[in-house]
Structure formats: structure tokens, C-alpha cells
Design a protein around this ligand. Structure first.
Ligand code: ACM
Length: 539
């Protein structure tokens, strides 16, 4: 059998006949694997129509933990007597179940009974373990709201690709997407904007059409539980001290004196920032308390990126406050703000997670850095002893255009091809072995300014996310030719699910956005920009 697994896994043939699922097949598992067993039944039943009851004893499918395997490692053995799926933990068994699905015909992913299919699994032995513990995606549900139903679907697609961390970007200038009981105006006001910029140029028009949405606390609990059942941690992100205009529209007293705000209707960085009064620190720590109650994740995101310093520089009260605090400049003021959030998060037994700008002006020891501006942040953070999640824009920003064709919808930044993403290595080669141990893994970032529906998210994310998942799972550089061969079968799986991925031939007519202006750049232009913005952390 030629492997069609994505991500790849070490596979060998046993020479045996394999196994056919039929009406007599049962699934056996110990009680600690009951959740995985229930999931596997729910995954296999719709297309096969088989009962697959829980049944102890030999034969059929057997799930077991083997502590000798790595925590997320697995072993799948298929022979005439049945299927045995073992993992170092329930998470490893679950990964093995994902492999089992990929060993079956792609139609197993359909949601209603498929007639005329034989559910044959070839005689194989597959064993593997992931290289990294953080295999993630950041999903921006602010710029365009993603309905809960589609977030759950996205989680299923992550699980299929053995990804384990969903970083949810919940607040920004253009919206506030999570209910906070103590501050209801955050969603009453902050979850809605009057209209939306269409296109990526400063001159782009707005559409005159309101947009919004938010998750209730019950929705969040459902998302978190749904992800946990699939061994995916959800890391929430509440942005500050910039990217806060939706919060300012709801509670203008959080901003600088004498200003009023609307939820932002345009893209790009804007100047509006928080004031740094104790009452504003209290507001954000209150918000974080409700967030930490909802999200059990070890990591709590605070954003921290792209905070313009002009308003702080010009505001007399902020300058007075800086003198009170003994803070020398606005960069250090940002570090003071992040430090206050860090103290609060750390006191609750969690760890602060923020974009690499939080390295400006110094950072508390336990903080973890998402390195996005090339790999400068990863180098600086790891060398200073911080844990790092690599997400360099030039390799894993899935909003970037997929080819240089003028047909790409609203093309932004550089061309980021499937092969570019496939080549991603989260560990910069300049790091020593000890420094490299700070790299927890990597994630793709899905910014949705120009993805106005889940259909467009499908187009930008797939199949590049398949390449990303393999890059984070495998040891070594991988083989892109082999990946593209396996991908041919994998796309049949995505077709069965109904994922509107980008064809290698380019966008289908309805995936184009003729006449809507993008903002493409060359690699040289982008590199010059990144060099200029990371100068203050590199020096
Ligand atoms: C970012 O892309 N502003 C983190």
C-alpha cells in the first residue's frame, strides 16, 4: 500500500490481508478511553451505517494506551484479526483514530450512509509521534465573525490534521466577540460595526452593510469542550494595549481623555490605544478573570502587537502617569502594561502569551512569545530564555496570496505557495540546541480582513493547512513531491467533507473578486519593512 496519510506517518505493510468493517465489528476500549471510543463511533457511523457497538474481547477495533509510546504518539496495526490502535495517552489514541479514518476510502468522511462501498482497511503497521507539542492555528474571528457552527467544523478539520492548538483571536479594533458578564457593552456595542472596508488599499470603499456577532459564554464553553474532546487546546486572545477600538467604542473611559470612538470599519493599524490608569488595568484583569474561568488553557493571549505610541507621547496625563510610574519611554510603558497583565495571569497559575512586540522594553520570565515578524522574535525570545511559538509571516500567514495570478481574490503581501508552507521549520537554524528547546512549535495565522465568509476561509486555508500540519508533525525537511502525491487522495477526503479548498489551477470563477483592490508586495519590500519594525528588539 502506498501511503496517502496527511500528515505523513511512518507506515509499513504487514503483508497480511487487512480487515473489513462490517455489521459484526465492535470497538473495545478501557474506561479511560471511553471519550475516544464515542468519538470514533460518531466518526465512522454516518458513512458506514454500521453499529460499531462497544464490545470487549478480541477482533474488531481495539483501543489501548501503551505508556511506552510518546504522549501524543500512536501505533496502528491492521491484520485479518482486527485493528489495534495504541497511544501514549488518550490524545495519542485519538491521533491513531485519525489515521484509521485515512486508511479507509475517502467516502468515510461523508455524513450519510454510502452504499456499495467496502470498508476495507489494508494490512499495515503505522507508528509515529509528533516533533512539536504546539501544532496550531490562529483564527481571527473578529475581522469577520465566524459563526459557532463553522468554528466547530474548523476544529474537526484541525483534528483531522492532528493539530492540537486553536489560538482564537477574540477582540480587536473591528469587533469584540466574547460575552463578558461584568461589562455587557463590550458585546452590546463592541460586537457590531456599521460597515466594512472592501479591499486592502487605503482608498478602498466601505460596503454600507452592518457586520457583527459574538459568542455567549455558553457558546465558548461548547467550543472549548468540543475542542477538548478532540484533544485541541483553545488559547484565547484578548488584545491590548492597541487593537482595542471596539472596547473603546463600548467604554470610552478606557481611552485617552476627550475622545469618542466607533467600532472600526477599516483595516490596518489605527492610533487609538488604552490609557494606563489603574482603573483600566482593573477592567482588563476583570475581563481576563472571566476568560480564565471559561478557558482552561495554560496559555492566555494578551496580543500586544502593533501598538502605536503617538497618543501616549502627546497626551499630558499619560506623560504624567509615566513619571508617576518611573517609566522612561512609551516602549517601557507598553512593557509595564504587559507586565501588569502578566502578574495577574501568573497569579492565577497561567502563562501569558503575546506577539513578539512584547519583547520591546523587557518581558517577565514566564511569558511565551508568538514570533510573527519573520523569525527575529523567535531568535531574540529563545536567546533570552522565553518559550516561543513560531509563526513567521513569510511562511505561515495564510491570508497572503497563493500565487502571483491577478485572479487571486484581494491579493495581499507576498506569494506564499503550498511548497513555501511545506518547507516551514519552526526552529531557526541559528539557535543552539539548548535555545531551540524553547521553541514549543508553530502555528499558521489566519487573519480574516479579506475572508468575509467561511467559504473564503476554506479557499485561503486549504490545502496550505495540510502542508503546515505535516511541517509541524514530521522530523526533517519532508519530501514535497511525495506530499503532493498523497495530497491527491487527501483532497478527495476534503471533497467528501465539503471543503472549498484552492485548486492547484487557481481560483474557480466564484472564488475570484474581480475589481477589488489588494495590496501585493514583493519579498524584498516585505523584508525591508520587517527589518525596520524589529530593529528595536534585535538591538
Ligand atoms: C500580527 O500579524 N499583527 C500579529
Amino acid at each position: 500500500m502506498v501511503s496517502t496519510l496527511v500528515p505523513a506517518a511512518a507506515l509499513s505493510e504487514t503483508g497480511e490481508d487487512g480487515f473489513v468493517l462490517d455489521a459484526s465489528t465492535g470497538i473495545a476500549a478501557s474506561d479511560e478511553l471511553e471519550g475516544v471510543l464515542t468519538w470514533l463511533q460518531s466518526a465512522l457511523r454516518p458513512a458506514t451505517g454500521l453499529p460499531l457497538h462497544r464490545r470487549d474481547g478480541d477482533g474488531g477495533i481495539r483501543l489501548a494506551i501503551d505508556p511506552a509510546l510518546a504522549v501524543e504518539g500512536f501505533r496502528v496495526e491492521v491484520g485479518p484479526a482486527g485493528v489495534r490502535i495504541e497511544g501514549g495517552s488518550a490524545a495519542g489514541v485519538f491521533a491513531g483514530c485519525q489515521v484509521l479514518l485515512q486508511l479507509l476510502p475517502p467516502s468515510v468522511y461523508r455524513r450519510a450512509r454510502v452504499t456499495g462501498e467496502t470498508w476495507r482497511i489494508p494490512g499495515v503497521r503505522v507508528q509515529d509521534r509528533p516533533r512539536f507539542g504546539w501544532r496550531g492555528v490562529m483564527l481571527d474571528v473578529v475581522r469577520h465573525f465566524m459563526p459557532k457552527h463553522d468554528v466547530l467544523r474548523f476544529i474537526d478539520l484541525m483534528a483531522m490534521h492532528r493539530l492540537n492548538t486553536l489560538h482564537l483571536h477574540l477582540t480587536d479594533d473591528q469587533g469584540w466577540r466574547i460575552e463578558i458578564r461584568k461589562y455587557p457593552r463590550l458585546t452590546e456595542v463592541g460586537a457590531w460595526r456599521h460597515e466594512t472596508q472592501v479591499g486592502a488599499s487605503r482608498e478602498s470603499p466601505t460596503d454600507g452593510r452592518p457586520h457583527g456577532g459574538f459568542y455567549t459564554q455558553d457558546d465558548i464553553r461548547e467550543i472549548v469542550q468540543y475542542a477538548a474532546d478532540r484533544f485541541i487546546a483553545v488559547v484565547p486572545e484578548i488584545e491590548s494595549p492597541g487593537h482595542v477600538q471596539a472596547a473603546l467604542a463600548a467604554y470610552p473611559e478606557l481611552g485617552l481623555a476627550g475622545r469618542s470612538y466607533d467600532v472600526f470599519t477599516r483595516w490596518g493599524i489605527n492610533d487609538n490605544v488604552l490609557n494606563v490608569e489603574e482603573s483600566t488595568v482593573d477592567f482588563f484583569t476583570d475581563v481576563l478573570d472571566e476568560v480564565m474561568e471559561l478557558f482552561p488553557s495554560s496559555y492566555i493571549g494578551v496580543g500586544g502587537d502593533e501598538c502605536p505610541k503617538d497618543q501616549w507621547h502627546e497626551d499630558p496625563r499619560t506623560q504624567e502617569r509615566m513619571r508617576e510610574l518611573g517609566v522612561g519611554d512609551e516602549e517601557q510603558l507598553q512593557a509595564w502594561w504587559i507586565g501588569r497583565l502578566d502578574q495577574h495571569i501568573t497569579s492565577r497559575g497561567r502563562r501569558l502569551f503575546g506577539w513578539d512586540e512584547i519583547l520591546e522594553g523587557g518581558l517577565a520570565a514566564g511569558a511565551t512569545v508568538a514570533s510573527w515578524r519573520g523569525r527575529a522574535g523567535a531568535l531574540v525570545a529563545a536567546r533570552r530564555g522565553h518559550d516561543v511559538v513560531s509563526c513567521p509571516d513569510d511562511l505561515v500567514y495564510l491570508d497572503y496570496r497563493q500565487s502571483d495570478s491577478p485572479d487571486e481574490p484581494i491579493p495581499v503581501s507576498i506569494v506564499l505557495s503550498l511548497e513555501d508552507v511545506y518547507g516551514f521549520d519552526p526552529v531557526p537554524p541559528e539557535l543552539t540546541e539548548a535555545e531551540a528547546r524553547h521553541v514549543l512549535g508553530g502555528q499558521a495565522n489566519v487573519w480574516t480582513e479579506h475572508m468575509d465568509s467561511p467559504r473564503t476561509v476554506d479557499y485561503l486555508v486549504f490545502p496550505r493547512l495540510c502542508a503546515l500540519a505535516e511541517a509541524l508533525w514530521r522530523e526533517g525537511p519532508g519530501d514535497f513531491g511525495d506530499f503532493t502525491r498523497r495530497l491527491a487522495t487527501h483532497l478527495e477526503r476534503l471533497d467528501a467533507i465539503g471543503v472549498e479548498y484552492r485548486r492547484s489551477s487557481g481560483p474557480l470563477p466564484w472564488q475570484r473578486r474581480p475589481g477589488i483592490v489588494g495590496r501585493p508586495s514583493t519579498r524584498e519590500e516585505r523584508e525591508a519593512y520587517i527589518r525596520s519594525v524589529v530593529a528595536n528588539i534585535v538591538s
